[in-house]
Design a protein around this ligand. Sequence first.
Ligand code: ZN
Ligand code: ZN
Length: 404
Amino acid sequence: MAIDLEALYIDLHRHPELSFQETRTAGVIARELDGLGIEYVEGIGRTGIATTISNGEGPVVWLRADMDGLPVEELTGLAYASTVHGVDPAGNTVPVMHACGHDMHVTALLGALERLVHTKDDWSGTIVAVFQPAEEYGAGSQAMIADGVLDRFPKPDIVLGQHLTPLPVGTIGVRPGTQMAASDGLTVTLHGRGGHGSRPHATIDPIVMAAATVMRLQTVVSREIDPREMGVVTVGSIHAGLKNNIIPAEATLALSLRYPDDAARENIMARVERIVRAEAAASGAEKEPTIVIDHTLPPTINDADATARVSAAFTRAFGEGTVIDPGMFTGSEDVSWFAREAGVPLVFWFWGGLDPQTYQDAVERGTVNEDIPTNHSPFFAPVIHPTIEVGVSALVTAAREFLG
Ligand code: ZN
Ligand code: ZN
């Protein structure tokens, strides 16, 4: 019996799970793979699941989908909106939503596998489908690699993947070269000396130190990076103190850094570290600040030749004008670890999930930024059809381009 992809999508959307907790999602995937008669391995990199479809001689094509939701309270008002909660790594109970479309990624990959299984006479080679956990932590692909996914499954000749994006449905965005920025997540702890709020002279105030550091960090991109290059330094979290009359002993900053390539990474990292250390010294800190790199995501770089083949195949499949160059995205992905580790090309594209009329109206009003919810927004609400159908066809089309 054919998979009811709409019901599958709605079920996944209603039951999002936080990163590395995707056990129900993996169970749903396992059930559908059972239905297709495909064997699989569960629990790779904690909650990942992967499967091989062997069909004679030919290249090995990896198709990857990520599975996790986000700690976002869904405000779409959809009949199938998520109302579930989860427990985050800090122990907090948080609302959970598929605000990045990973439910659509899973649905499209299962639909693509179904179509490929049913058309085995038309292709030859091997497909490895990877359902990856914890993309939102930037840790899931590395967890699967550490768990041996590249050794336990046929090694890829190419890695393919796709992401839902707020473009009109029917439009596919892909470009050769850097498609998505690299990123690092940093935790910076500034050490002061705590004391009474009435006696600041007897303390080293980490709040003032943190404030100066945050302001000075703004000059990395605005004053130190060549304006023709891209770079982002965002301080996304700042924590210090509990009470008005206590000067705390330390302050913690969480930074998100973005760059187009490894050279730019070295450059920005060095400047951030210089400023953090210099501001601590300027405050008279007795202890060096602590800088911890929580995660590193490499740039998502599309292989030029393979991307040209995929773009041409998409144009043949979906029509002239449907494939656009969306420019480089400043967001980051961990998909490219699979291709980097295997030393093979990657093609990662974006497909639209918005009602074309809604999008066109916003373009005409000049209110795309205000009216079109992006990934991670509590209002992110792709249309179900034909987003699923385009996602399935895109995966099948790209896979068939490289299979025999
Ligand atoms: Zn996301
Ligand atoms: Zn995502």
